[in-house]
Every structure is written in C-alpha cells, then in structure tokens.
Write a protein that binds this ligand. Structure first.
Ligand code: NAD
Length: 260
C-alpha cells in the first residue's frame, strides 16, 4: 500500500514509534528511524527492518530538543530518498509531579520534545510536500491532547498544543494534498508508561499495583492497555493515499477513555 513512499518516524528506537516504523515498512515504505539509545541495539533494529521487509531503512540520531539537528535530519531524509511523503511525529517523554514541585527543566524538555520538535519537522518538510502535492503528517498525540489528568502539566499542555498545531497544518495543506492528523492513544504499555508508574505512586500516595489498576486501567473502560499494533495500523491507514480527505482530525484510540 505504501510502495515507493518514504517515511520518517521520530522517536522510533522504542515503543510506539518502532511499531509504527515497522508497520510502514511492512507496507513497502522506506523509513528513517530516529531516537536515542545504544548504537549497537539501534543498528540491530535498523538492519531488522531492512531484512524483514525488504525496504531501505536509515537511522538518524537527531536530538529532538535541537532545532538545527531536526532541520538537518529532514534535509538528510529528503536527500537520501529524494522526497519525504510520510512524517510521523512520535518522539515524546513524560514527567509526573504536582505543579508546585514540577521541575522547570522537565517542563522545558517536554515542551521541546513533545511539541516544538513537531513544529520544526513540519516546518522543514512542508515545502517539499506542498510542491509535490502529496504529504501525510501524523502526530502520535495522546488522549491527553483532549482531556487532562492531574500531575502531568507539561505533557497535557504539550499534547493539547500538538492538536492545535495539527489543525493549523491541515488548513495550510488542504489545497496541496498534504494532510495532518493526530492519533490520540490511551495507555499503551511501553517504557514511557512503565517509567511513570513509580512517580505516579508517589504523587498519589498509592502502591505501584494500585496505580496500574486504579489510575491507568481505570481510565479506560476496556480495562486493557491499547496495543502498539493498533496504533501502528491506524497510522498506516492515515498514511495511505486513499485517506486524502481525512485531515485536521484527532483519532481517539483509547478504549473509550475520552467518551466518559
Ligand atoms: P518510549 O519511551 O517507548 O519511546 C519514546 C521514543 O522517543 C524513544 O525512541 C526515544 O529514544 C525517543 N526520544 C526521547 N527523547 C528524544 C530526543 N530528545 N530526541 C530524539 N528522540 C527522543 O515511549 P512511547 O510510549 O512509545 O511514546 C511514543 C509517543 O507516544 C510519545 O509521544 C508519547 O507521548 C505518545 N503516547 C504514549 C502513550 C503510552 O501510553 N505509552 C499514550 C499516548 C501517547
């Protein structure tokens, strides 16, 4: 479905981003992987994508807190593949703390990685997409783009901002074949969620098991984590040529969380 297309997925060395990159590659897209981590492990992941799906897979180590590196990554991608058709803004981090104790440097890092990096990737990729009259911009936002939870001030602010950004880009791209959409997952079991369980337990005065049952899964009427594969499948759908009229949308994939 995505043969001859090229895709870049930020934060794709782990979790949802890796699942999305592999799903795009499974449909025939060449992919650029990005994210932090051990270089040998990343090379194993990159080579695995090429081996499993017979596409080209590159790795770019741009740091999503650094605008100049982000711009260079987009330029390198366009240089390597001749174009960038599918941009998935996925890189993200979390920090959980009451607002009066929320570290300022965590606020700055979350706004930079979870929100501003999308501005920089889109700003750099948009002209080429517009010129070629085709582009698919997909942000892995969150249910927290639509509703709030206590103790996640930076994350909720950044994700609400992402949805606003996506709506603007949808309007600017509408006449040029460039769509922009947000995917809003509920809780997906990845390192990002596993790492916040101890801090949430501390902030709420609960055990870690209580956090999983009474905070995380209590938010989702299905009482199940969302699967990485489900988020990846929705991304593939939004990336495909026949989703051209879907733009400016926020797709909830949250086990019913936001419906409550
Ligand atoms: P994860 O921790 O497994 O992966 C995050 C990825 O971002 C990693 O590849 C990491 O290396 C990369 N990253 C972090 N800082 C970076 C930086 N400065 N520069 C480049 N890459 C960087 O987390 P995940 O759960 O897969 O999260 C992916 C996205 O999905 C995030 O935007 C997150 O907010 C969103 N999301 C996650 C959940 C969930 O429950 N896990 C729910 C909703 C939305």
């Amino acid at each position: 479905m995505l043969k001859k297309m090229s895709a870049l997925v930020t934060g794709s060395t782990s979790g949802i981003g890796l699942g999305v990159a592999r799903a795009l590659a499974a449909e025939g897209a060449d992919v650029v992987l990005n994210g932090l981590g051990d270089r040998d492990e990343i090379e194993t992941i990159r080579a695995g994508v090429e081996r499993d799906f017979g596409v080209k897979a590159l790795y770019d180590g741009a740091d999503m807190t650094k605008p100049a590196e982000i711009i260079e990554m987009i330029e390198r991608t366009q240089g390597a593949f001749g174009k960038l058709d599918i941009l998935v803004n996925n890189a993200g981090i979390q920090h959980v703390a009451p607002i009066a104790e929320f570290p300022t440097e965590k606020w700055d890092a979350i706004i930079a990685i979870n929100l501003s990096s999308s501005f920089h990737t889109i700003r750099a990729a948009f002209p080429g997409m517009k010129e070629r009259k085709f582009g698919r911009i997909i942000n892995i936002a969150s249910a927290h783009a639509l509703v709030a939870s206590p103790f996640k001030s930076a994350y909720v602010a950044a994700k609400h901002g992402v949805y606003g950004l996506i709506k603007v880009v949808a309007l600017e791209g509408a006449e040029f074949g460039v769509t922009a959409n947000a995917i809003c997952p509920g809780y997906v079991k990845t390192p990002l969620v596993e790492k916040q369980i101890p801090d949430t337990a501390k902030a709420r005065g609960m055990s870690e098991e209580e956090v999983v049952q009474k905070v995380i899964l209590a938010a989702q009427p299905t009482r199940n984590f969302v699967a990485i594969e489900e988020v990846a499948a929705l991304t593939v759908f939004l990336a495909s040529p026949n989703s051209g009229s879907i733009t400016g949308a926020a797709y909830q994939i949250d086990g019913g969380w936001v419906a409550q």
